[in-house]
Design a protein around this ligand. Structure first.
Ligand SMILES: *[C@@H]1O[C@H](CO)[C@@H](O)[C@H](O)[C@H]1NC(C)=O
Ligand SMILES: *[C@@H]1O[C@H](CO)[C@@H](O)[C@H](O)[C@H]1NC(C)=O
Ligand SMILES: *[C@@H]1O[C@H](CO)[C@@H](O)[C@H](O)[C@H]1NC(C)=O
Length: 437
């Protein structure tokens, strides 16, 4: 597995800046067509190749391909999606009007021995407030690596999560979300095809996201965590197929921009604030949002065509062994796979009749249970199970999956060091009629 690290030492050593508020940079002075070279960021020497917003050291046979890819990413995310350019110092992020200076982001091609176990790293010049990329030579033209690091550089430019350790693991989740969006979604297609660049396969790792869906939603535990794989949640809240007010193409940027300054809160707290500012207009609670995300993951119905296609092809091989049978239509979740904080149990049902009814009983704690019902045409409908109970009449060709998400009130946690109470599964049992689980 590639390790795409954002060096904690470089990231976390940045002194915290005290600013009272970060207005959206709604008024943006027009950036220059060509950003200014700044070799001092990462100490650039020797040959180089420039594009409008980037500089690659050294100039060689890969340079043009690297620059083309990064320019397409800049076009898609900065010009198209409203991310703050990594060419801007994070130190100026608090101003309502961007006045620059705008610098080319430096990219350094390095030997594999320079970063054992990693394909690339994002480094930072904390004095300048600018990021630069180091990429192992074998990966200079690999978007899953280079655009991932570009995602780190944009996150850094957005500023508010710098030095906030409870956001730490989420930087990787965002970087893979950015890389996948670039590679495999229609969002960046225009920017890529303008440069003659191809689409590629989605980065989704269903064996982890679905097979280990019981894990904490973003878990940065070394070796067993899911923080590189958890990005479909970010995809869901950006694509927003449920049209929840407060969410949309700038959801992730707003989770950073509306972050409570220097609070070290979790990204979910910031997301909850985005939702609640819209609650009067039909918004969702964070618990409902997470519950519905997992319900949509029953059939990977998150507005991501390539992820859904991959689900269809891998579905039979995924681990759904979440329950133990108690007899008489009753099942209990295996304790090792009981859903932890904001994680879920995805439980495909085999219907034995046209009317499937379920009653979920949890051993204390709040959960969100949903029936996802997929029709023969591929469309999925969702039924909220109020207090864990409900039934559905299946039409011919329909199949149902029960999804139980552990959705308590938000807690503060560091995904790199999850406290035992956050990592504790929610025990539950389920009584099913008209189907087996
Ligand atoms: C759900 O449970 C709560 C608390 O026990 C109760 O007040 C409420 O009426 C229940 N709702 C339904 C629809 O059964
Ligand atoms: C399914 O059966 C239950 C129990 O007989 C009944 O209460 C419920 O209304 C039925 N649901 C549907 C959707 O037909
Ligand atoms: C369960 O939900 C209620 C109502 O939203 C909330 O007040 C309570 O704190 C929650 N309990 C837990 C353990 O999260």
């Amino acid at each position: 597995m590639l390790l795409l690290l954002l060096l904690a030492s470089a990231l976390l050593s940045i002194p915290v800046q005290h600013v009272s508020a970060l207005p959206n940079p709604a008024v943006v002075a027009a950036p220059p067509a060509q950003f200014t070279a700044n070799p001092s960021i990462g100490s650039g020497t020797g040959s180089y190749k420039d594009s409008a917003h980037f500089r690659v050291y050294p100039s060689d046979a890969d340079s043009d391909a690297t620059l083309k890819m990064l320019e397409a990413a800049h076009s898609c995310f900065v010009e198209g999606m409203g991310w703050r350019s990594p060419g801007l110092s994070y130190k100026n992020a608090a101003s309502a009007t961007e006045t620059g200076p705008w610098y080319k982001t430096n990219v350094y091609k390095v030997e594999a021995s320079a970063m054992p176990g990693a394909a690339a790293q994002t480094w930072t010049d904390a004095n300048a407030g600018l990021a630069y990329l180091k990429v192992v030579k074998d990966y200079m033209t690999t978007p899953g690596v280079v655009v991932h690091e570009f995602g780190h550089a944009m996150t850094y430019s957005e500023k508010n999560w710098i030095d906030q350790t409870r956001t730490g693991a989420w930087w990787e989740t965002i970087a893979n979300f950015i890389a996948d969006m670039y590679i495999a979604t229609p969002t960046c297609q225009a920017a890529k095809s303008a440069a003659g660049l191809p689409d590629g396969d989605t980065l989704i790792e269903l064996k982890k996201v679905i097979g280990d869906s019981y894990q904490v939603l973003v878990d940065g535990t070394s070796g067993t965590g899911n923080y590189y794989q958890a990005w479909p949640f970010l995809s869901y809240i950006t694509t927003n197929p449920d049209s929840y007010p407060g969410l949309g193409k700038e959801t992730i940027q707003n989770m950073i921009r509306k972050y409570k300054i220097n609070s070290n809160e979790t990204p979910l707290h910031s997301l909850e604030r985005l939702l609640s500012s819209s609650s009067s207009s039909g918004g969702a609670t964070i618990q409902k949002l997470v519950g519905r995300y997992w319900a949509r993951m029953a059939y990977v119905d998150i507005g991501h065509a390539k992820a859904k296609a991959m689900f269809e092809s891998q579905r039979k091989s995924l681990n759904y062994a979440n329950l133990d049978a108690n007899g008489n239509g009753k099942w209990t979740v295996k304790s090792a796979r009981a859903p932890r904080y904001m994680g879920a149990s995805i439980l495909p049902l085999k219907s034995t009749g046209a009317n499937v009814s379920v009653v979920v009983t949890a051993s204390g704690g709040n959960f969100t249970a949903t029936l996802a019902v997929k029709g023969s045409g591929g469309g999925v409908r969702y039924m909220d199970l109020v207090n864990g109970s409900g039934s559905v009449a299946l039409a011919s060709g329909e199949e149902a999956t029960l999804v139980v998400a552990n959705t308590p009130a938000l807690v503060q946690y560091d995904a790199f060091s999850i406290p035992a109470d956050v990592n504790k599964g929610l025990g539950f049992s389920v009584q099913v009629t008209g189907a087996t689980a």
